[in-house]
Design a protein around this ligand. Structure first.
Ligand code: 5GP
Length: 187
C-alpha cells in the first residue's frame, strides 16, 4: 500500500457518558467528508441502535471468527463484551486518503497507536465525575449494574488521559464540537 496516499487516522476516546457519540454526530454533520469506522461488538443493541450503522452486532462466535480470520485491526473487552475495529474498511478509507475516526476505548487506542504512531489522538472529558455519573444515570438504557461498571471503567480511563495528544472538555456541547473540528484542522 502506498504510504503517500494514506489518509489521517483519528482516535477519539473518552469515558462512557462523556458524550462521544453526540459530539461526533455534530462534528460529522458539519464536516461530512470525515469518515467514521463502524465497530464490531458482542453487546446487545440499544433500542435506538441499527445494525451496520451504529455497530455490527455479532455473537461471541462470530466475533472470534473475525479475529481468527485477521479481520480485526484492534479489539478490547469492555464491561464483559468484545468491541473491535474492522480492518478492511479502515485500510480502504485510509488508502483513499480519507480522514477516519475510530471511536474506541483506551486499551484499543493503545494498540492502534502501536500500528499507527502518527494517529491523532483526542480524549473527551466530562466537566466532572459527578456530571459523568448524572449523564450515565439519565441515559436509562443501561441498568444500575451496567452504570456502576461503566463508572469504574471511566475512572480508570480518565487516569490514562495523558496517553492522548489532545484533551477536550465536554461541558458546553457546541464549544466541544468547535474544538474537535479545530483540532482536526477544519477537516
Ligand atoms: P458502548 O457500549 O457505550 O457503545 O461502548 C463502550 C466503549 O467501547 C466505548 O468507550 C466505545 O468507544 C468503545 N468502543 C466502541 N467500539 C470499539 C472498538 O471497535 N474497539 C475498542 N477498543 N473500543 C470500542
Amino acid at each position: 500500500m502506498s504510504k503517500k496516499a494514506q489518509g489521517k487516522l483519528v482516535i477519539f476516546s473518552g469515558p462512557s457518558g462523556s458524550g462521544k457519540d453526540t459530539v461526533l454526530d455534530k462534528v460529522l454533520a458539519r464536516e461530512p467528508s470525515l469518515r467514521r469506522s463502524v465497530s464490531f461488538t458482542t453487546r446487545a443493541p440499544r433500542a435506538d441502535e441499527i445494525n451496520g450503522v451504529h455497530y455490527h452486532f455479532l455473537t461471541q462466535d462470530e466475533f472470534r471468527r473475525k479475529l481468527s480470520c485477521g479481520l480485526v485491526l484492534e479489539y478490547a473487552e469492555y464491561g464483559g463484551h468484545f468491541y473491535g475495529t474492522p480492518k478492511e474498511p479502515v485500510d480502504e478509507m485510509l488508502a483513499q486518503g480519507e480522514t477516519v475516526i475510530l471511536k474506541i476505548e483506551v486499551q484499543g487506542a493503545a494498540r492502534v497507536r502501536e500500528i499507527y504512531p502518527d494517529a491523532l489522538t483526542i480524549f473527551l472529558l466530562p466537566p466532572s465525575l459527578e456530571v459523568l455519573e448524572a449523564r450515565l444515570r439519565a441515559r436509562e438504557t443501561d441498568g444500575e449494574e451496567d452504570v456502576k461498571t461503566r463508572l469504574a471503567i471511566a475512572r480508570e480511563e480518565i487516569r490514562r488521559k495523558d496517553e492522548y495528544r489532545r484533551h477536550v472538555i465536554n461541558g458546553d456541547l457546541d464549544a466541544a464540537v468547535d474544538e474537535v473540528l479545530a483540532i482536526l484542522g477544519g477537516k
